[in-house]
Design a protein around this ligand. Structure first.
Ligand code: HEM
Length: 137
């Protein structure tokens, strides 16, 4: 009976730990999506200006891209710690695309006007990463 009680207690602790990890992972997926919102939202506010060649990388885009990086790395760690399968190739591609986005936005962050092709490229790469995330299963 005592052994059974112990087993139940261990099982319950294991369940609570798993649930905590699930909540943590979902919390960081939420923050990851806040990052997408800032990066893509910042881009969308500049679409009209982009047509005129007067668009600039607004701070929300830089902060959004940084948020994506930090929350993405944390998500990889949490998923691995929780024994969830992480698709390393998919994550590697997303990371590489994000590094290009981050590099461009960081280097050009103080430029008053960014060339429309370069600006458009950042929007395109952001969209590409969103579709890689949701379509590559
Ligand atoms: C602009 C860049 C990025 C975009 C638009 C993006 C988009 C997304 C989206 C929409 C999700 C939720 C859907 C899903 O679970 O697949 C997600 C989840 C995730 N992302 Fe990203 N991501 C980006 C960058 C990154 C980076 C750089 C990393 C890692 C270094 C990363 C790691 C992850 C992980 C581990 C998950 C959770 C997958 C899961 O729990 O099944 N992401 N991302």
């Amino acid at each position: 009976m005592a052994v059974q009680g112990g087993a139940v207690a261990v099982g319950a602790r294991h369940l609570i730990r798993l649930r905590t990890m699930d909540v943590l992972i979902h919390l960081f997926v939420g923050l990851h999506i806040v990052g997408i919102g800032a990066l893509l939202g910042g881009f969308l506010t500049q679409m009209k200006a982009m047509g005129k060649g007067t668009a600039r990388f607004v701070p929300a885009m830089l902060h959004g891209a940084l948020t994506m990086l930090v929350t993405g790395v944390i998500l990889v760690g949490l998923n691995q710690a929780d024994d969830h399968h992480v698709n390393n190739i998919k994550i590697g591609v997303k990371l590489a695309v994000l590094i290009v986005i981050l590099g461009l936005v960081y280097v050009k962050r103080d430029d008053e006007h960014v060339d429309k092709r370069l600006f458009g490229l950042v929007g395109l790469l952001t969209l590409a990463n969103i579709f890689i995330a949701v379509l590559w299963t």
